[in-house]
Each structure stands twice: as structure tokens, then as C-alpha cells.
Design a protein around this ligand. Structure first.
Ligand code: MTE
Length: 337
């Protein structure tokens, strides 16, 4: 992963969207999407909302997704005092190497990915293995909106309103055996629609794989996401199902998942396999442990530009230390990066 880190400077108040804009928009968007599902036109509460969030494209949600909107728990977790990243940045500055290595490639190329129908396999050390159509897989779960910071190991960050459900709810359904110590996730492998999988960018041994310790997966902050900004996930963001672990670097949040396996041994994960000295299994956001080639003490919050680089200090566990630090009590975080 390459990086261009601009000179440090503080984030200006004027760069920050007042949360009230977002909150009012959230309630509104929820009702507009529900209204759209019912065949009505979306309506905006205020001109302010309409202007600032005009770039949120409604998408083409599958029926199982829109059916869940009325029961969705909006703002189940919020980030206070920090602006939500504009939809345009979150959907046009992406890492999804299956669709190319430039930040704009996923938005350009991921449209070819067909997310309906979609099958998810659950296997390994579980009492209830299965192969599910996504709409059946999703049946037991109520969606929650979680506004989380996303901190990439390349030192840029965003604030994104995801929609998903806790992995703990999935584990309750599939009943891990006593042998299950880790959970492993695998992305779709389809070189026909994923140019990165047929290109000479052979560093990655496809499919993209990520994993968590079982107790990490059980943490209430860890979710599987199916939506963002009140709509289903755009393809470039990992439709139709992706992992979100907000206290870890973004590369842990594997996209377009087709297989979830409960396993006894720590899974071999993609970036660890490529460069184990640079990308660890844990990948906890840690401003005190630098990447061998750059500092992790600061991050560039998008949107950022030459004249407004919007650089801020990185927080331990990406600001989620209260919720997750106990998972790593007694662990040397320098060795277990
Ligand atoms: N998942 C797959 N399958 N392929 C990838 O290349 N990139 C990861 C992660 N998930 C990646 C992936 C990295 S490096 C990051 S930072 C995040 O996705 C980026 O998520 P975003 O594009 O939605 O911001």
C-alpha cells in the first residue's frame, strides 16, 4: 500500500459538518427510502440537508434490504463532534484491489459485479453449517446504523455511517464448536468480473482473506455491513456483505464476502502473507507503533486537499479503547501489530 502524507496541520472547524445536519438527514433519508420503497418520491426536510447531502445516490436496493428499513435502529452508535465523510469521497476513494490498484478504479470497475443472487457459505467448526442465499442469510438480523471512524493503514481516514448487524448475532445462529478459536472471511473470486484477479498484480494470492480472534468477533463493535448512508452498499465498498472492525486498520474489513469459516488455527490473511513485517494479523490502530515505512501517529481525514490537508492525531484503537482495550490485556502490541 502506497502513501502520500501531507504536512501536519490541524483540522479547521469550518471543515467539519455539524452533526445536527447529519442527524436530521439520517431520519429523513430513512423515511425517504422507506417512502421510495412504497413508490413515493423522496422529500428533503431542509434546503441545507438537500445541498450538503445531495450526492448520496439512492441505489437499487434488493427487497430484503428495503424491507428491513422500517425496523432499522438508526444511530445505534454515533461519532460526536466529527463530520460524516461526504458520500462522494467514501465511494470514489477506495481500496478494492480486485478492481484495480488506483483509488478511483473500484468506482470505475465494480459496476460489473453482480450481487444478486449472492450465496454465503458458513462452514468449519460450527454446529449449524450452511449455504445460504443472501436474503435467507440476512433473515434473522435487524439492521443497526453504526457511525464509525475508518482508519486505513495508509494513514487516511473517514467517518462512515454503516448499516449492519453484530457478528455476535451470527455466531449465536451458527453455534461455534468448542474447537473454534478464529473466524475467517473470504471475498468472492471471479476473474471474469474482477480485473485485478487476472492482471499481473500477482502479489495477492486470491481470494482476499481476513480473520479475527473469536473474542474480537464477539465484541459488540464488530459488525457485518450490508449498507452505508442509509442505502445498500455500493459495489466498490464491498457489496453485498463486508466486515467492519472500527478499531483495526481498514485492510481487516474484507469486502464482498462469500465464505465465513470458524477455524481452530489463526487464518493466513492476505496482507500478512504479502508482507508480514509490515501488516500484522491484529492490525489494531496504534499511533505508537509505526509502519516500517511511515508514521502512524497522524492521519489525513478525507476530504483533504493541498490547501486543507485536514491532518489530525491518530487515536489508540481508533478512539475505541474503552470498548476494546481489554481484549489485548497483557499482549505486547509492538510484537503483535
Ligand atoms: N477487501 C477486498 N476484498 N479487497 C481489498 O483490496 N481492501 C481493504 C479493505 N477490504 C480490500 C478489502 C483496505 S486496504 C481498506 S483500507 C478498506 O477495504 C477500504 O474500504 P473502502 O474502500 O470502503 O473505504
Amino acid at each position: 500500500m502506497l502513501i502520500k502524507l501531507p504536512k501536519a496541520s490541524d483540522c479547521k472547524e469550518s471543515d467539519v459538518t455539524p452533526e445536527s445536519f447529519y442527524l436530521s438527514r439520517r431520519a429523513l433519508l430513512g423515511s425517504s427510502l422507506a417512502a421510495m420503497a412504497a413508490g413515493a418520491l423522496p422529500r428533503w426536510a431542509s434546503a441545507e440537508d438537500a445541498v450538503r447531502y445531495a450526492d448520496v445516490e439512492p441505489g437499487r436496493a434488493p427487497a430484503w434490504f428495503t424491507d428491513k428499513l422500517p425496523q432499522t435502529k438508526w444511530q445505534a452508535v454515533a461519532v460526536t463532534g466529527e463530520a460524516i465523510t461526504p458520500f462522494k469521497d467514501a465511494t470514489h476513494y477506495n481500496n478494492f484491489y480486485e478492481f484495480g490498484t488506483d483509488k478511483g478504479d473500484p468506482a470505475q470497475n465494480a459496476g460489473a459485479l453482480k450481487t444478486e443472487p449472492w450465496t454465503v457459505v458458513v462452514d468449519g467448526e460450527v454446529g449449524k453449517p450452511g449455504r445460504y442465499a443472501l436474503e435467507d442469510f440476512m433473515k434473522p438480523y435487524q439492521l443497526e446504523e453504526r457511525v464509525y471512524r475508518l482508519r486505513c493503514v495508509e494513514a487516511w481516514s473517514m467517518v462512515i455511517p454503516w448499516m449492519g448487524f453484530p457478528i455476535s448475532a451470527l455466531l449465536k445462529q451458527v453455534e461455534p464448536t468448542s474447537k473454534a478459536k478464529y473466524i475467517r472471511f473470504e471475498t468472492l473470486q471471479d476473474p471474469k468480473v474482477m480485473p485485478g484477479q487476472r492482471s499481473g498484480f500477482a502479489l495477492i494470492d486470491w481470494p482476499y482473506v481476513e480473520g479475527l480472534r473469536l473474542d474480537e468477533a464477539m465484541n459488540p463493535l464488530a459488525i457485518l455491513a450490508v449498507g452505508m448512508y442509509g442505502r445498500e452498499l455500493p459495489n466498490q465498498n464491498g457489496a453485498p456483505l463486508r466486515l467492519i472492525v472500527p478499531w483495526k486498520y481498514g485492510f481487516k474489513s474484507v469486502k464482498s464476502i462469500v465464505r465465513i469459516s470458524l477455524v481452530e488455527q489463526q487464518p493466513k490473511t492476505t496482507w500478512q502473507s504479502i508482507a508480514a513485517d509490515e501488516y500484522g494479523f491484529y492490525a489494531n490502530v496504534n499511533p505508537q507503533v509505526d509502519h516500517p515505512r511511515w508514521t502512524q501517529a497522524r492521519e489525513r481525514r478525507l476530504p483533504s486537499g493541498l490547501f486543507s490537508p485536514n491532518v489530525r492525531d491518530t487515536q489508540m484503537f481508533n478512539g475505541y479503547a474503552d470498548e476494546v482495550a481489554s481484549l489485548y490485556a497483557g499482549l505486547d502490541l509492538r510484537k503483535n501489530y
